[in-house]
Design a protein around this ligand. Structure first.
Ligand SMILES: [Ca+2]
Length: 458
């Protein structure tokens, strides 16, 4: 007892002494650390967005035309996706952009979720107070059951906690389950700015409008009332309200076409901003179509054609080129004429599915690539590259393919039978001429890009 008391007293003395040293240290006028923090604080006060030049950074600021690493849903290989923890880790790993997918709440706030259906990545199913809100909706022509962001106020969303989406592949991430809130776009931009004060790096955001036709036209709340929210308008309004309008720090992406045309031709000009837009492409072989999936067809085209809408008014010359119908797929968009049209009329870039241009065949037997006894590689590259990649580059579009993932389940074999590494995949894509890529492990993307640039340095 006496021994414990003495130890405790000594610990207190030691703690006090350390505190005293620390305070004297920080008060020292010539101390560089104190100076460093006060410089950062001063520069942050002088300008909300510009840190003092020369603030030391582990990763140098990249220029606008550099190859970019886009943290897909944050560092989602290491933290549950679309959480501030995932985005923060991505920034600290050196990502140039972080990617929030955006859906809207009932009261019109933009939050980061890959889907408006919430049960795949949150604990909503464990909240008895929300049990009655479980329902089934058609999202982009696919019947989907669960709880939907548009039926919850932001205050209600804030009572939920995020969970790992693929726990069987990322078991380590489950230790973060039920710990993090669902972030708003405003909180994500605040994080970017806070991190900037300490690193000096002007990281950008790469938001995606999710299901814009559903939110603006087709979708209904749980009670049957129309949602009637333009995600594009909401996003632009919010970026302006948050004073995050540097066009070098924002890309806006969508799998749908109409909302990008609307952003380019109406919403952004009216608001006096001009962010680069990126047309995402899903599968171009019509293998994933409604009612099972919407990955092969831009849903706005499906919906507008079904509704008998004036397609010329919506799509202009694009409708002359491809004669849009309710079964028009990305396959109809993956050609030189359409890519030139996209480049000339509304987008700066293309976000293609890497599997749709770096072609691969299914293996008869899975292969164990890393020798851990589990055979998880299911595909092999067949050395063919779909021509729409070179057509997009020739059209002047930036190309940012998705999604690189380091786990063996997502890797592939080279044509020679060797297992591909995530860094090797980065190098291969950059060698094909892409300008950046979406990756779940930003640190591995940084490493791959570093190796590529070392090899190709003049
Ligand atoms: Ca293995």
């Amino acid at each position: 007892m006496m021994f414990a008391f003495n130890t405790s007293a000594k610990l207190k003395q030691a703690a006090f002494f350390l505190l005293l040293v620390f305070v004297l240290f920080m008060l020292s006028p010539n101390h560089s650390w104190a100076q460093h923090f006060s410089d950062i604080e001063r520069s942050a006060k002088l300008s909300n967005t510009e840190p003092k030049s020369g603030t030391r950074a582990i990763f140098p600021q990249r220029q606008a035309d550099d190859l970019i690493v886009i943290a897909h849903r944050g560092a989602s290989g290491y933290r549950p996706e679309h959480t501030l923890a995932a985005y923060r880790l991505a920034i600290r790993q050196g990502a140039d952009f972080i990617e929030p997918d955006l859906v809207a709440t009932r009261d019109g706030h933009l939050i980061a979720r890959h889907e408006n259906e919430l049960s795949g990545t949150t604990d909503v199913a464990d909240h008895p107070e929300f049990a009655a809100r479980r329902t089934t909706k058609f999202i982009d022509g696919v019947a989907t059951s669960g709880w939907f962001s548009e039926d919850f106020t932001l205050a209600e969303i804030k009572t939920l906690r995020a969970r790992e989406r693929i726990p069987e592949i990322r078991p380590d991430n489950t230790r973060f389950d039920n710990r993090f809130e669902i972030p708003t776009l405003a909180e994500i931009i605040d994080l970017v700015r806070r991190e900037q004060r300490f690193t000096g790096r002007r990281v950008g955001i790469y938001p995606e409008t999710k299901h814009p036709t559903f939110f603006a036209k087709e979708g209904r709340h749980f009670d049957g009332s129309a949602i009637n929210i333009s995600l594009g308008q909401l996003l632009i309004d919010e970026l302006i309200a948050l004073n995050f309008t540097d066009a070098n720090r924002v890309f806006i992406q969508s799998f749908e076409v109409e909302n990008l045309i609307e952003l380019a031709q109406d919403i952004m000009p009216a608001a006096g901003v001009e962010f680069p837009l990126v047309q995402l492409f899903g599968d171009i072989t019509d293998r994933f179509v409604q009612p099972q999936s919407s990955f092969s067809r831009p849903y706005d085209m499906v919906y507008n054609a079904q509704q008998g809408a004036n397609l010329n008014a919506i799509y202009g010359g694009l409708n002359d080129l491809i004669n849009i119908t309710k079964t028009t797929g990305y396959s109809a968009l993956a050609n030189e004429a359409v890519l030139n049209y996209i480049a000339n009329h509304y987008a700066s870039g293309l976000g293609p599915w890497k599997n749709s241009f770096l072609l691969r065949d299914r293996l008869d037997q899975p292969v164990d690539g890393n020798g851990d006894g589990q055979a998880q590689i299911n595909n092999q590259l067949n050395a063919q590259v779909h021509p729409f990649l070179s057509q997009a580059i020739a059209a002047g579009l930036l190309v940012h393919p998705y999604t690189l993932r380091a786990e063996e389940n997502f890797l592939t074999l080279h044509p020679n039978g060797q297992a591909q590494s995530i860094n090797g995949e980065v190098i291969q894509l950059l060698s094909l001429g892409v300008n950046g890529f979406f990756i779940d492990q930003p640190d591995q993307g940084i490493l791959g890009r570093f190796l590529f640039e070392r090899v190709n340095r003049d």
